[in-house]
Design a protein. Structure first.
Ligand code: F6P
Length: 382
């Protein structure tokens, strides 16, 4: 009989048509902000190809928002511009983690740096360039900027990116599993040299204040000890695990330390980098020193560093990035602004940006990955 399933559907359809008409998208922009992550180029390609199907123009803003302040900071993106980039690392648009338009570093005549709010300039520049909507690809910092711009009236959709996997509201961010693969490969290689020299090898992995990379790579690489920020460690417990291994005749050990890990009653370690910024780092050196001093076992430490961000995305991250890019275009077409695309298995959904940036997603201590590590006899330092 062709009866309507309910009275609500037609209203919903009408509402969507109304939103679309109101939105009148003709040109969108895309930018990449913060630290790079494998998969950024795949998102850009998906955005461009999906937008073409709506006959929208796409422009790329170079170097985060910096491109809006410079003369040649916008690039036309068509299918030719994004050909063959799905598998490439980095970002064809460039990125920066020093170009926050809400606190833009500006050097005065006497050399002092002050921080200026240039958000109105961003809004004005977007309007001036006829940009109807923005797809902002970034981590928590870039998405917080996007949230503010959305509150100022910019029509935008955020795409979560970070190797750290520390963004709430999405199960995974693209770039994470590629970083885990790189780190796992490093741990595998450390095993053979550790065994050959009967040494303890301590490797520091990225992740900021979350232990996702360290836990996943440490578990996959069968480390003996994994120290993560979510579980402040006791060095005696770490040393006990190492001594137990040597006593069993396994005369080497591999210890994974998340860069944000710290001892019980202590604090994470920071090092100064250029421009007065500070970055987490150095805890592997401290842990290695303590292990050697307490056990007398020859110990070496290394920091894997930016290798974890380099290279092309693995197939999982490529796919996730393509899904996120296509979904961002879909959500713009539906008028779902002020949102972030999120992986909520098995779907990609639009979630409010405010919800996504509200808190850092830490490793749940009651989750099955922690339980698996414990079941494998791995010491988590507690
Ligand atoms: O957020 C990604 C990340 O690689 C972190 O894991 C790390 O702490 C930080 O960025 C390093 O930042 P930078 O590239 O500025 O050294």
């Amino acid at each position: 009989m062709g009866a309507r399933p309910s009275g609500r559907a037609p209203f919903f359809v009408l509402r969507q048509c109304y939103d679309r008409r109101m939105t009148k998208i003709r040109r969108i922009a895309v930018n990449t902000g913060g630290g790079d992550a494998p998969g950024l180029n795949a998102v850009i390609r998906a955005v461009v190809l999906a937008a073409e199907r709506h006959r929208w123009d796409v422009v790329g803003i170079t170097d985060g928002y910096d491109g809006l302040f410079g003369n040649e900071g916008l690039v036309r993106l068509d299918r030719r511009a994004v050909r063959g980039i799905t598998h490439q690392g980095g970002t064809i648009l460039g990125t920066t983690n020093r170009g926050n338009p809400l606190k833009y570093p500006t050097t005065g005549p006497d050399g002092t740096i002050t921080y200026v709010d240039r958000s109105r300039e961003v809004v004005a520049a977007l309007a001036e360039h006829g940009i109807d909507a923005l797809i902002a690809i970034g981590g928590d910092g870039s998405l917080a900027i996007a949230h503010t711009l959305a509150q100022m009236g910019v029509k935008l959709v955020g795409v979560p990116k970070t190797i750290d996997n520390d963004l709430a509201a999405t199960s995974f961010t693209f770039g994470f599993t590629t970083a885990v693969e790189t780190a796992t490969d490093a741990i595998d290689k450390l095993h053979s040299t550790a065994e050959a020299h009967e040494r303890v090898m301590v490797v520091e992995l990225m992740g900021r204040h979350a232990g996702w990379i360290a836990l996943f790579a440490g578990l996959a690489g069968t480390a003996d000890v994994i120290l993560i920020p979510e579980i402040p460690y006791e060095i005696d417990s770490v040393c006990r695990k190492i001594e137990a291994r040597y006593a069993e005749g396994r005369k080497f050990a591999v210890v994974v330390v998340a860069e944000g890990a710290y001892p019980k009653g202590g604090q994470p370690l920071f090092k100064q980098t250029g421009g007065g910024q500070r970055r987490l780092g150095g805890m592997a050196g401290v842990v290695a020193h303590e292990i050697q001093a307490r056990t007398g076992r020859e110990t070496r430490d290394l920091v894997l560093g930016h290798l974890q961000r380099g290279g092309g995305p693995n197939s999982y991250d490529r796919l996730l990035a393509l899904r996120f890019g296509a979904a961002a275009v879909r959500f713009i077409a539906e008028g779902q602004f002020g949102t972030m695309v999120a992986l909520v298995p098995p779907d990609v959904r639009a979630v409010p940006l405010g919800e996504a940036i509200a808190k850092t997603k830490l490793v749940p201590l009651d989750g099955d990955v922690i339980a698996t590590a414990r079941a494998m006899g791995i010491s988590l330092g507690d």
